[in-house]
Design a protein around this ligand. Structure first.
Ligand SMILES: Nc1nc2c(ncn2[C@@H]2O[C@H](COP(=O)(O)OP(=O)(O)OP(=O)(O)O)[C@@H](O)[C@H]2O)c(=O)[nH]1
Ligand SMILES: [Mg+2]
Length: 443
């Protein structure tokens, strides 16, 4: 994703990580590298300048808690998050969603991707086609919906009135949790299109109004976002084709300056190439932070015993907690090494053996399965059986045996956490020896 921007930024970060010393010259060079990368990604010059000033200021003047290299990298990470914005959260509840945007932006594909997203979360989506202009628009959407088994409505063939189609569609699909309305695109922001989407909005009152933007328009994204926001009040942005352009950074930073936030990004042509936008994870990937050993310190913070979820200490360890722990462990770098360092014996369960079998591939697979679970299932894994088990396996492209394996693994970790919190366990790191000390030994 964002190939060129990502490789340039990774290179600048690597330079800092390896720098003999951190002084004004190294920081100036880093800032110049970052400026070049961001300008190529079509980030607005004034924004690049502000970011540069802040990186210079904070890198050298701020009080450091980490070592100087880690401090500078952390500053870059935080300042990049600052310019791409936080993103918006889309609630997992029954609602109507209307998709708008210019011709070819990716509305129709995103309708199917969004339906798939909700499907994986255990909600029942259905899609309405309100594009009566482009020949084949309806067939395109129908085919996408058929592939994922999502119901589709496009009105009776003899009636091509958009407002009647959407209102009868909403009625017809009443029993579905999520109703997604695909609208027609135009080549430019023409008054007819704006009038039509305003009418559709009035007729259906959708809780979510998403604008779909092609990442390759870069800075122009803010102009479009503003125009659609004025017309129908945008509740979220979907930026598509992040896989095929260097300008995604420009698009993200431009919309961060408007009143609307990014909800999802499209990263490819298949229905699963779609992710909920989360700025921290996005920037970490962009900078390749997972690979940078000197960033271990950040993971160190995230595993600080003082931050351990109090519920865990009370013996309540949910799948969500497991997910976060796996994430944190992964951030710390070479997984095997960390596993080898954890003193895992003496708990009455044969953790040592089972733990060492958890490879990084398996972790990835666990995460995909957890993405297919609902909030309730993550909180109360006990309820996962029968049809839920099959749905999760289907949604994540795995087998029920694999989902069972995850549940078993979770149960084992839960048992371990319980014994630690009741003081029976032999796991010094959790009993007060800071994780930090252990990580330092590794360096
Ligand atoms: N690589 C890539 N291609 C995408 C992505 N999203 C959409 N596309 C492609 O972009 C093209 C246009 O997508 P559509 O979903 O038809 O766009 P639209 O906004 O519905 O277009 P109109 O209905 O004509 O206004 C298709 O070939 C899609 O496969 C993405 O995230 N990545
Ligand atoms: Mg379309």
């Amino acid at each position: 994703m964002l190939g060129k921007l990502s490789s340039s930024l990774k290179e600048s970060i690597r330079k800092i990580a390896k720098a003999k010393r951190i002084d004004k010259r190294t920081v100036d060079e880093l800032v110049r590298d970052i400026q070049r990368a961001l300008i190529q990604a079509d980030v607005k010059i004034s924004l690049v300048k502000e970011l540069s000033d802040r990186i210079r200021e904070r890198s050298l003047k701020e009080k450091m808690v980490l070592n100087p290299r880690e401090h500078v990298i952390k500053v870059v990470y935080e300042e990049l998050i600052n310019i791409i914005g936080k993103g918006v959260e889309v609630p997992l509840k029954p609602q109507k969603i209307m998709m708008v945007g210019l011709h070819g932006a990716g509305k129709t594909s995103s309708c199917a991707k969004l339906a798939r997203y909700f499907q994986k979360k255990g909600l029942k989506p259905a899609v309405i086609c309100a594009d009566v202009y482009r020949p084949g628009a309806s067939d395109q959407l129908r085919q996408l919906c058929d592939k994922i088994g999502v119901p589709f409505y496009d009105g009776p063939p003899e009636d091509r009135n958009v407002l009647r189609i959407v209102t009868s569609g909403v009625k017809e699909l009443d029993k579905y949790d999520i109703k997604i309305i695909d609208t027609a695109g135009r080549h430019a922001l023409e008054p007819e299109m704006i009038d039509e989407i305003m009418d559709i909005e009035k007729a259906t009152k959708p809780e979510q109004r998403f604008i779909v933007l092609d990442a390759s328009i870069g800075q122009q994204a803010s102009v479009q976002a503003k125009a659609f926001d004025d017309a129908i009040g945008i509740t979220g942005i979907i930026i598509t084709k992040m896989d095929g352009t260097a300008k995604g950074g420009g698009a993200l930073s431009a919309v961060a300056e408007t009143d609307s936030g990014v909800a999802f990004i499209g990263t490819g042509e298949t229905v699963d190439d779609f992710e909920k936008f989360e700025s921290g994870g996005f920037i970490s990937r962009l900078l390749g932070m997972g690979d940078i050993k000197s960033l271990i310190a950040m993971a160190e913070e995230s595993l600080n015993p003082e931050d351990v979820n109090v519920d865990i200490l009370k013996g309540k360890f949910t799948l969500k907690d497991l997910y976060m722990q796996l994430e944190a462990l992964k951030k710390m770098g070479p997984f095997k090494k960390i596993m080898q360092m954890l003193p895992l014996g003496g708990l009455g369960v044969d953790i040592n053996d089972s733990m060492s079998q958890i490879t990084e591939d398996k972790l990835k697979c666990f995460k995909v399965m957890m993405d297919s679970m609902t909030e309730e299932e993550l909180r109360e894994p006990k309820i996962i059986s029968g049809s839920r088990l099959r749905r999760i396996a289907h949604g994540s492209g795995t087998s029920t045996a694999e989902v069972n394996e995850l549940i078993k693994y979770h149960r084992m970790m839960q048992k371990m956490m319980k014994s630690i919190s009741s003081g029976r366990g032999d796991m010094p790191m959790m009993k007060g020896i800071p994780m930090g000390k252990m990580m330092k030994k590794m360096r």
